[in-house]
Design a binder for this molecule. Structure first.
Ligand SMILES: Cc1cc2nc3c(=O)[nH]c(=O)nc-3n(C[C@H](O)[C@H](O)[C@H](O)COP(=O)(O)O)c2cc1C
Length: 356
């Protein structure tokens, strides 16, 4: 996706909504060609409020208080709706397992795939509707929970009030630092998670595909992977959305982070941000393993030489514990409020030789 795509995406969503305001998100997704998790972040203000995936258990436990909800899951061949109260869940085998004979819903939620939770208040077929939507990291719909309706098809007022109260807890999240990462094979995500670990209770982590608007956040950390010498396209599009903000940058790449190649890439991102009045207050780069199945795409632009292959072997081990610690050191002052070398990019002990 290019930067201008990001703007045309928003225009496409707003145009489709203006023509058909009652369109469900699944239909809006087909109409615009955008994954639901991306288009929900482009809806008009007030329609959608994000919560980070780490909030899953707290959100689910709040939903247990709803006297009646409708659990909805859409598969390629069915729209499954289960009305009733929701069951409590327990963790096991990496899943959130639902089993309560007193409720109609049972099964297993693959929460490790969760990328974002959104509180959605968008009319459905001409009727007021409120729901909590759950998306994978790449923006695919997992399932949703709707405020229940009475026999007259109207929303149950107590349940609606609980929805509004729950959403309000996350509306104030706009005052929290935001961490957004783009990651194809997981390296940059690991760095993002290390940065989040500095203050997991007070900042939000999202993959770029499901990230909310950065507007109004006191600090935004954006992580990218280096693609042919530049920040990857998804993160560049996200960086374009920042204006007049305090920003931290982090990145992973196959080359060494103190190489000219790495510096040039980081400088590209920094200059684009500063041109829009942002202040880049901290930054960090480290090597990241190049997935062998993707390396051939890289060799198209930079054929393998013995030196490049050696650097790839070095990248195999990264990000390692040292990298994650150094990333935390670079961001600590911004996120944990303790003094650190926040303005100094972490330097690796390796010699400065680019991979490409
Ligand atoms: C198509 C492709 C292009 C890449 N281009 C570069 C590059 O120009 N310079 C570089 O140092 N690393 C390059 N890499 C390596 C990745 O930036 C590196 O493996 C990164 O850690 C991947 O991060 P991720 O796991 O978060 O997706 C490239 C990798 C791929 C697959």
């Amino acid at each position: 996706m290019t930067t201008s795509d990001a703007f045309s995406h928003r225009a496409r969503v707003l145009d489709a909504l203006a023509r058909k305001p009652g369109l469900p998100l699944s239909a809006l997704s087909s109409e615009t060609g955008l994954p639901e998790g991306e288009l929900v972040s482009l809806l008009p203000d007030g329609m959608a409020t994000p919560a980070p995936p780490e909030a899953f258990e707290a959100v689910w436990n709040s939903l247990l208080e709803w006297e009646k909800a409708t659990f909805l899951a859409i598969t390629p061949g069915a729209v499954l709706e289960v009305p009733g109260p929701l069951p409590a869940g327990t963790w096991g085998h990496g899943m959130f397992n639902l089993h309560d004979p007193a409720t109609p819903l049972g099964g297993h939620l693959l929460v490790e795939r969760l990328g974002a939770i959104w509180f959605l208040s968008k009319p459905h077929m001409g009727k007021e509707s409120h729901s909590v939507q759950f998306y994978t990291r790449d923006g695919q719909a997992m399932f949703a929970v709707y405020v229940g309706r009475g026999n007259d098809r109207e929303l149950l007022p107590e349940v609606k009030a609980r929805f509004i109260a729950l959403r309000a807890r996350y509306e104030s999240a706009s005052e929290r630092p935001l961490i957004v990462y783009s990651s194809r094979t997981g390296n940059t995500r690991r760095v993002a998670e290390a940065i989040l670990a500095l203050c997991p209770a007070a900042s939000d982590l999202f993959s770029v595909e499901t990230a909310p608007s950065p507007a109004g956040r006191p600090f935004v950390a954006v992580g990218f992977w280096v693609d042919r010498g530049l920040p990857d396209a998804l993160s560049q599009a996200y960086l374009e959305r920042l204006q007049g903000q305090r920003v931290g940058l982090f990145a992973t790449l196959g080359a060494q982070p103190n190489s000219d190649h790495a510096r040039h890439c980081m400088e590209h991102a920094r200059q684009a941000l500063e041109a829009k009045g942002n202040a880049v207050v901290c930054q960090f780069m480290c090597q990241g393993r190049v997935d062998p199945s993707l390396a051939s795409a890289m060799w198209k632009h930079h054929p393998p030489t013995p030196e490049r292959l050696a650097r790839l072997r070095e990248a195999e081990r990264h990000p390692d514990e040292w990298d994650l610690q150094a990333a935390q050191d670079a961001f600590r002052a911004q996120l944990a409020g303790t003094p650190a070398a926040a303005d100094v990019p972490a330097a690796m002990p390796a010699p400065a030789t680019p991979i490409v």
